[in-house]
Design a protein around this ligand. Structure first.
Ligand code: MCU
Length: 402
């Protein structure tokens, strides 16, 4: 090409980039290969790319979060597939039917839903319940029942490969059940978007997700991997959710009866087989579960935990405090909340958390008031043990979703 033509083409390309979204204009480090294991007793530094480059700008952070998601998929979650080839949604009474096609595979599922009395012309907000809900959902907010076991079974470790996710993607797909659930919820949101609030009564921009215990891990990972969720409300997710592998291993070494990575892959199919080689050496993971809030930020997140040894109260407290540091760095600290409240049975919602929960629902789903900025835990933790080697916090800013 003539040099003038080259110059014109380069300027045109630059102008196209300059008018695209900020992320499209940013060249992220290559994410096509495998990430290396590390040797790190602390929670991995969110502010440094895998290639050692520091996170300085908002665009860097957008790239780093993409990388963090890839790393989590590689080391523990299994790959999140792209959107399917097609989704066709129809509504009949309170039931939405979805026909989903991936290559030559096709599946039809139905999802029951109800609208709430709140919201405006764009429909009511709604909370997607992962295997049911054990938090009080106000009448202003609708409900969408996600039958997660049918998407990906969670009976025992041999459940890998069972469920409509695997019928579509193949029995040997590497996704663990948590990743599969996030993908299946994405299809429900596709259906809500396609039909619109005229047909469903629900505003697809005002969606929450909840679930307790194993389904709390599910709710946490749905919020982590599905950016269309406005408010994530995981309840008593413990290990595999709000806890981090490293801190749980350290508590186990101190004699606590706590769920660890070693145990979790022997109990169920929540994680990918990708995780198996690391469950006895979690220090080698270039990630840990503070990456969950990192990926949900700046969206709404209110994490409810219990003071039960198996869930790891020290581990969930350290991990969620680390998460709030990340929200803080983005200038949206109060978009995340954490309440570890004991003295009640597993998955029983404590009334002392009602005002906090209400404030997050009101702010993110109903568009009223401020969050309570909750950070409640009786656990004594030494954050320096886990984050003292983090780089200086960059000055970032994130738009709020509400
Ligand atoms: C906290 O969630 C799980 C836990 O990870 C399992 O080890 C245990 O068997 O079941 C809990 C649960 O789902 O309870 C309903």
């Amino acid at each position: 090409m003539h040099s003038l033509a080259v110059l014109i083409a380069a300027v045109a390309a630059h102008l196209r980039l300059a008018h695209a979204s900020p992320l499209a204009a940013t060249v992220c480090p290559d994410q096509s290969g495998d990430y290396a294991a590390v040797d790190n007793a602390q929670l991995p530094d969110p502010w440094v790319f895998a290639n050692g480059k520091p996170v300085v700008t908002n665009d860097d952070w957008a790239c780093r979060t993409q990388e963090m998601s890839k790393i989590m998929q590689q080391f523990e979650l299994g790959a999140l597939p792209p959107a399917p080839d097609s989704v066709t949604a129809t509504m009949s009474g309170g039931s939405m039917s979805l026909t989903i096609k991936v290559g030559s595979n096709s599946k039809t599922i139905s999802v029951s839903l109800s609208k709430g009395s709140g919201g405006g012309a764009s429909g009511s907000p709604a909370i997607i319940t992962v295997g049911g809900s054990s938090i009080p959902i106000p009448g202003t907010v609708g409900k969408i029942n996600f039958g997660n076991d049918a998407c990906a079974a969670q009976a025992n470790p041999a459940s890998h490969g069972t469920g409509w996710f695997f019928d579509l993607h193949g029995k040997t797909h590497p996704a663990g059940a948590l990743t599969a659930w996030a993908w299946c919820v994405g299809r429900i949101i596709d259906g809500l978007e396609q039909l619109g609030s005229d047909k469903t009564g629900i505003d697809p921009k005002k969606l929450g997700v909840t679930g307790c215990s194993r389904n709390g891990k599910g709710a946490f990972l749905v919020g982590t991997l599905e950016p269309r969720i406005a408010l994530t409300l995981p309840q008593e997710s413990g290990s595999g959710g709000a806890a981090s592998w490293r801190v749980s291993d350290s508590e186990k070494a101190k004699g606590k009866s706590i769920q660890t990575a070693h145990q979790i892959i022997r109990e169920n199919a929540w994680f990918s087989h990708n995780f198996d080689p690391y469950v006895n050496k979690t220090n080698e993971l270039p990630e840990d579960h503070h990456f969950l809030p990192a990926l949900i930020a700046p969206r709404g997140l209110f994490v409810m935990e219990n003071d039960i040894d198996w869930l790891g109260p020290v581990s969930t407290t350290v991990t969620m405090k680390a998460g709030r540091m990340i929200y803080d760095a983005l200038g949206v600290r109060s978009n995340m909340g954490f309440a570890l409240v004991g003295g009640h049975s597993h998955c029983a919602f404590p009334s002392s958390s009602q005002a906090d929960l209400t404030s997050y629902i009101n702010h993110f789903l109903l568009g009223t008031g401020k969050t309570s900025d909750a950070e409640i835990s009786p656990a004594n933790v030494t954050m320096a043990d886990w984050i003292s080697k983090w780089s200086a916090t960059p000055k970032l800013s994130a738009a709020t979703t509400a």
